[in-house]
Design a protein around this ligand. Structure first.
Ligand SMILES: [Zn+2]
Length: 145
């Protein structure tokens, strides 16, 4: 097939009423998708900005509270820890075992959530960290701040 023949065939295809209609429909859908992607992009950027503002506000408040002697840094951190613990979903129930109570017979599984200190990058249980505005700190790094 020559290039001209190919072009004519292609043209003929889109000249067909059904194909033209389908093409128009697809172009409309594509435009809508583009708009939706743009909208999500804008929303993402807006939320990132809002998060930055919230982080800055938390840092300023934390500094002010500690500076004014309203609360000690350690107390503040443990309170933030508690608040974060409340946010975590409860551990799922163990699956029932054959015969007997699923609670009595279930193996005791200790789930330790690990996190990384933002300063020294050491991994440690979340419960042993000090939460600051920009992340989790181990005790040693927390004391150095
Ligand atoms: Zn550390």
């Amino acid at each position: 097939m020559t290039k001209d023949e190919w072009n004519r065939a292609l043209q003929g295809r889109f000249d067909h009423p059904d194909a033209a209609w389908e093409l128009a429909l697809m172009q409309d859908q594509f435009k809508e998708l583009r708009l939706e992607v743009d909208r999500l992009d804008r929303r993402d950027r807006e939320q990132a900005k809002e998060l930055d503002v919230a982080y800055a506000a938390v840092r300023a408040l934390r500094a002010l509270l500690v500076e004014k002697g309203v609360v000690e840094a350690e107390t503040l951190s443990s309170r933030v820890d508690e608040a974060l613990d409340d946010l975590r979903p409860p551990a799922p129930l163990p699956p029932p075992s054959a015969g007997g109570s699923p609670y009595r017979d279930a193996p005791i599984v200790q789930v330790v959530q690990l996190t990384r200190c933002i300063d020294c990058k050491q991994e440690l249980p979340t419960s042993e960290t000090n939460v600051v505005a920009d992340g989790n700190l181990c005790d040693a790094c927390f004391a150095r701040r």
